[in-house]
Ligand binder design. Structure first.
Ligand SMILES: Cc1cc2nc3c(=O)[nH]c(=O)nc-3n(C[C@H](O)[C@H](O)[C@H](O)COP(=O)(O)O)c2cc1C
Length: 274
């Protein structure tokens, strides 16, 4: 039985994607540290331009009321009203410049978004929900957390278990009950010319259940030739910043210096990169 907030896709998508949504009502239920670790671990494995991993997260849980209130105070008032119910709050921050050469990283915001999206899907798989917020007060976060120059807090994240919308104040309840709407593919997938829907997008929905992907359509089919699809073994393990460099506090200078010694990712990026 699907949730009323589940997406109603025109074409089959993975259940994790259709089940994700951004609730306003959060239950008074703590999130286990093991789950939190896995959420940040998922973020850690997101793709990033030059493998710079420009994201940093600051988080607080209700197990430490002072820290929680401190993080809450970095959200705009309109977000504080509902986000205070979430058991976990986080700030998503970026490194504005490449660690390797100090040049501006034009992909930093994009990469934080990708890391947070990855974190959010991991949360969804664990029965948790994430509500991201652009409504934060970066100057306050900089002051309270002593965020150094070259780094910027960009987004807030409320993390927890979904609650009944009835627990929300009257003026917010409707937001968790309203239908979820999306632009059709034809409005953002172009072929040939800008603004011209591609043939791909013009074709009708393939789903058979009134817009919902059927269970069979949504089944993930792993590649049958996985050994042939994997990257060559001589590329070595993919390097990732450890969690202690990105959560609970902003990344240290030392961590950034370590990155300077990393070999830049190869292929495709040197045309537009620094
Ligand atoms: C980067 C980003 C910033 C957002 N900022 C806010 C915000 O400040 N306040 C808020 O209530 N929702 C915010 N949202 C949530 C969006 O409104 C929500 O994702 C959108 O309405 C689609 O709903 P869904 O996530 O349930 O599919 C933000 C979402 C993202 C990804």
């Amino acid at each position: 039985m699907s949730s009323p907030r589940q997406a109603t896709p025109d074409h089959p998508i993975q259940p994790l994607v259709s089940q994700r949504w951004s609730p306003y009502a959060f239950a008074d239920r703590p999130v286990h540290d093991d789950d939190l670790r896995s959420l940040f671990e998922a973020a850690r494995w997101a793709a990033s331009s030059y493998n710079e991993q420009p994201w940093r997260y600051i988080f607080a849980t209700k197990s430490n009321r002072t820290q929680f209130e401190r993080l809450l105070s970095c959200l705009v008032e309109g977000n504080q009203i509902w986000a205070r119910a979430a058991p976990v709050l986080a700030l998503g921050c970026i490194s504005l410049n490449f660690a390797r050469n100090g040049q501006p990283n034009a992909a930093a915001q994009h990469d934080l978004g990708l890391a947070s999206a990855t974190l959010t899907l991991e949360a969804t798989a664990r029965g948790l929900a994430v509500h991201q917020m652009i409504g934060i007060v970066p100057d306050k976060a900089r002051e309270l957390y002593r965020i150094p120059a070259g780094f910027l807090s960009l987004t807030g994240l409320a993390i927890g278990y979904v609650a009944d919308p009835a627990t929300l104040p009257d003026n917010l309840r409707g937001r968790d009950l309203a239908p979820r709407t999306r632009r059709p593919l034809a409005e953002f997938v172009f072929g040939g010319e800008w603004g011209t829907a591609s043939g791909l997008a013009e074709h009708g929905a393939r789903t058979t259940s009134g817009g919902q992907a059927t269970e069979r359509e949504a089944i993930y089919r792993p590649c049958a030739h996985r050994d042939q699809c994997d990257p060559p073994g001589d590329e070595g393990p993919s390097r990732r910043r450890p969690l202690h460099g990105m959560q609970g506090h902003v990344g240290s200078q030392e961590a950034d210096q370590t990155l300077q010694h990393q070999k830049p990712a190869e292929g495709g990026q040197n045309r537009s990169g620094p």
